[in-house]
Design a protein around this ligand. Structure first.
Ligand SMILES: *[C@@H]1O[C@H](CO)[C@@H](O)[C@H](O)[C@H]1NC(C)=O
Ligand SMILES: *[C@@H]1O[C@H](CO)[C@@H](O)[C@H](O)[C@H]1NC(C)=O
Ligand SMILES: *[C@@H]1O[C@H](CO)[C@@H](O)[C@H](O)[C@H]1NC(C)=O
Ligand SMILES: *[C@@H]1O[C@H](CO)[C@@H](O)[C@H](O)[C@H]1NC(C)=O
Ligand SMILES: *[C@@H]1O[C@H](CO)[C@@H](O)[C@H](O)[C@H]1NC(C)=O
Ligand SMILES: *[C@@H]1O[C@H](CO)[C@@H](O)[C@H](O)[C@H]1NC(C)=O
Ligand SMILES: *[C@@H]1O[C@H](CO)[C@@H](O)[C@H](O)[C@H]1NC(C)=O
Ligand SMILES: *[C@@H]1O[C@H](CO)[C@@H](O)[C@H](O)[C@H]1NC(C)=O
Ligand SMILES: *[C@@H]1O[C@H](CO)[C@@H](O)[C@H](O)[C@H]1NC(C)=O
Length: 346
């Protein structure tokens, strides 16, 4: 009898510790992540606004890289998008292709313009916040912004020379915390970006939240408003040119509060698993290995342009898990050196 009682006691202790682990997994979003979350200014003439991540899937169909439709048994949702990973060896050759095609510019490419208080109408979710805990009490909070369409930049400011259009646009900024204090921030810009100390960047209404200026069309993220000339290999036409032929335009236009409606996840770098903080936000889409837009059009397709290797209709991007979530430095892993600037003027 005595023995059985002991068993019962240890059994209930195990049950208690299991439920404690369960509670820990459903942790709440750290308050400091919300307190120091970025606020975005879209350019005043922006035409391609943040877009519903779920709507993108609803308006697209999966194709292989030969342009053939993939038959999927169930209709695709954010919860089951990773079912496409069974295609080929891991689904990386799947493109979520817009039903109308990139050249049709359907109205849904324009996304949703934020209302005056900065939230997107109709509970549009275009933001995924992903926290990643790292050694030395570091927590990186990634803020992923989704746009249905990336309108490429205009060469010499000429709309007829528009290059780099793509369906689906994943952008991000990251705030690095140590012991809950913001230290530095990463702004993604095209294939690279910039890092600043947290104290260097502008704060919204002089409060705690850093400001992000989103470039017109391309949605590259900048710490300052105004024109940002790009240095594109092959397009700067030699060393003699005094101005860059390609410039991102950013400005204090439409306010967007990306926290107004967002999914919140924790990412465990050791297991590469995403967990929804509320136990409800879908995770299947985060595991999808393919492209979030049409594949680059063939060079002989109607309307396609190849100007010195710069293409007009290019492929859509991969999703958040391919943006260096496990990075050791503040900068994305794609960047060879990581300089953290301590002033905006640098
Ligand atoms: C921003 O892009 C839209 C079209 O996407 C264009 O109408 C507008 O002129 C652009 N603004 C600037 C400052 O280039
Ligand atoms: C592929 O599927 C889409 C959406 O269901 C459809 O509009 C399109 O006609 C299909 N293409 C082919 C080649 O069957
Ligand atoms: C992707 O497709 C290419 C051919 O288009 C093929 O060589 C490659 O093995 C495929 N990769 C995967 C992961 O299926
Ligand atoms: C998918 O498979 C290809 C080829 O086998 C490989 O190069 C690629 O890294 C894989 N991608 C992922 C996300 O596993
Ligand atoms: C912002 O405005 C929308 C309606 O336009 C409303 O539903 C929402 O509650 C407002 N949010 C805040 C923070 O005031
Ligand atoms: C937005 O979400 C809130 C809370 O979930 C809900 O009460 C409201 O009806 C939603 N509004 C719209 C326009 O879907
Ligand atoms: C923020 O602080 C700066 C410098 O103290 C001041 O010039 C500016 O007016 C303030 N802005 C707001 C929105 O309060
Ligand atoms: C532009 O890029 C080239 C090649 O990457 C580099 O050598 C050059 O220094 C860059 N120029 C500026 C002004 O950053
Ligand atoms: C995250 O995981 C990747 C892949 O296992 C590893 O290369 C990287 O060092 C990890 N990052 C950290 C900060 O531990």
């Amino acid at each position: 009898m005595r023995v059985w009682q002991d068993y019962l006691v240890s059994f209930s202790l195990i049950a208690v510790s299991v439920s404690a682990i369960g509670l820990e997994k459903r942790a709440t979003v750290p308050a400091f992540v919300r307190q120091f979350a970025p606020v975005v200014f879209l350019e005043s003439t922006e035409a391609f606004f943040p877009s519903s991540i779920a709507q993108q899937v609803a308006n697209s169909h999966p194709e292989d890289f030969a342009g053939r439709n993939l038959s999927s048994r169930a209709s695709l949702t954010l919860a089951n998008l990773n079912s496409l990973n069974t295609f080929g060896s891991n689904g990386s050759n799947v493109s979520l292709t817009s039903d109308q095609g990139i050249r049709a510019l359907p109205s849904w490419f324009h996304g949703a313009k934020p209302t005056t208080n900065g939230s997107l109408p109709g509970n549009t979710t275009a933001t995924a916040v992903v926290t990643v805990s790292k050694p030395n009490n570091i927590l990186d909070a990634f803020f992923f912004f989704f746009y249905a369409y990336n309108r490429g930049d205009w060469i010499f400011g000429l709309p007829i020379l528009e290059l780099g259009d793509h369906v689906g646009d994943w952008e991000h900024v990251m705030v690095r915390f140590q012991n809950g204090t913001p230290q530095a921030m990463w702004y993604s810009q095209h294939s690279g970006g910039q890092a600043f100390t947290f104290s260097a960047v502008q704060k919204f209404n002089n409060g705690s939240r850093p400001v992000v200026y989103c470039a017109n069309g391309t949605h590259a993220n900048y710490a300052t408003p105004g024109p940002h000339p790009l240095n594109i290999t092959g397009l700067n036409l030699g060393t003699g040119l005094p101005i860059s032929p390609v410039t991102d335009e950013a400005g204090r236009g439409t306010l967007w509060d990306p926290l107004a409606n967002a999914f919140f996840y924790a990412f465990d770098n050791a297991t590469q698993k995403f967990t929804a903080y509320n136990g409800q936000d879908p995770t299947g889409w985060l595991d999808f290995n393919g492209l979030w837009g049409d594949l680059q059009l063939p060079l002989n397709a109607a309307g396609q342009v190849d100007l010195l290797g710069q293409i007009k209709y290019v492929s859509g991007p991969t999703g958040p898990k391919f943006k260096g979530l496990g990075r050791a430095n503040v900068c994305n892993t794609d960047v060879s050196s990581c300089v953290i600037l301590n002033s905006l003027g640098a």
